[in-house]
Design a protein around this ligand. Sequence first.
Ligand code: ADP
Ligand code: MG
Length: 319
Amino acid sequence: DLLVNQIAAGEVVERPASVLKEVLENAVDAGSRAIEVQLEQGGVRRIRVADDGCGIDRDDLALALERHATSKIATLDDLERVATMGFRGEALAAIAAVARTTITSRAAGASHAWRIDGSDRSLAPAALNNGTVVDVADLYFNTPARRKFLKSEGTEFAHCDEMFRRVALARPDLALQLSHNARVIHRLPPGTPLARVGALMGDDFVTHAREVEAESGALRLTGLASLPAYSRASRDAQYFFVNGRFVRDKLLTHAVRQAYADILHGARHPAYVLFLSIDPAGVDVNVHPAKIEVRFRDARAVHQFVFHALTRALAESGA
Ligand code: ADP
Ligand code: MG
């Protein structure tokens, strides 16, 4: 069973950032209002995520570490939703198979918390005011072949930071904090989407960007897109979210690039944070955890909508 989980881990747990993604998404799914992430040594030494969400009952702690033990599919609707947001109950089992993992949690109404040790599934009473703390230490300590593929501390941290930013941009309503080696990197109070974008992308971006707000039928596009005067854009300053999920998608990238074609001549990259909402029935999300691809039922309509919405926003007087 450990072997099966370790094999599954090869899919889910590519590097510290993939652990962080799964554990952060769980914290968000738990209805948390505040989430704190602590990393050590690029996340290889430790990834610790503390949330104030619904918590996990004593009796469900062991289940949380079993494969396919997801509590998130109660209806067919949920199945569709989980297929877009999570990996259906494999992540924690896979993570616990390749790192020293403990989960401490206090369910709402419980008189105290419980901690489960992922190595032997032993349970012990613990102290915690509310929510859940997932602690993932020494990634790949028991799978040296995988450990060899880890990059430098700086590179692994950069991937974790990027993962954190995606969640932070998608959920400005949450208080989020990230620290690395005991140094606070981001401390983000809950606020408006615009304030969150400013905190993460910088004021320089906000002052050199156009607000996008367009709607057509079930399609809606909001966010910020840089003007040509913004010169600091890099390849990484491009965030597209579909129904709250970060994606990197050829069709969307193409529509954006085309909208910029006449104003950004080749050399420079645009920077943007864009949120597309669409009827979930109109989009398939590839559920492979490492991938972030979508397939639109009516690709042409989506492309045209994004292209026109962005073209219009960029052309507004003052551009
Ligand atoms: P999935 O998220 O796909 O259900 P996971 O392996 O990521 O699978 O998590 C297993 C289960 O553990 C979740 O379904 C949830 O019930 C529980 N869980 C994990 N993390 C948390 C958390 N931070 N707060 C509350 N419950 C959690
Ligand atoms: Mg999960």
